[in-house]
Design a protein. Sequence first.
Length: 138
Amino acid sequence: MDRFLEFAVNHYLLVGTFVALLIAWIVTEMARGGQSVSPQGLSALVNQQNARVIDIRDPAEFKTGHITGSDNIPYSRISERLEELKKEPDRPIVIICNIGQTAGAAGSQLKTAGLTQVYKLEGGISNWKSQSLPLVKK
């Protein structure tokens, strides 16, 4: 620990720049489509706050397996369905994609439209599957 403090004091510009970049990255990630929620957190949001789960994958991917109770609104159609989603502005929304990347962009659209409780599933449906959690196949 003493060596770290010595390094930080001797290289304060380097350490300060690193801390500033780290903070900027965290703020950017949080603003980019909502907070991430774990699969367990998703279950809690659905059970305790009646969160709406939106799967933004293509319909063909959705049919291969999706989370119980999730609605399929492909990413390409999110903007068309904004008015429907805005009818319940206080209801949390959890967005799901394959690995969690596209959900951030969809979440940004929803936040721009005025929805405040927007979450994305951490790791997407891939993370859900890797934890052997149940899927509906239809």
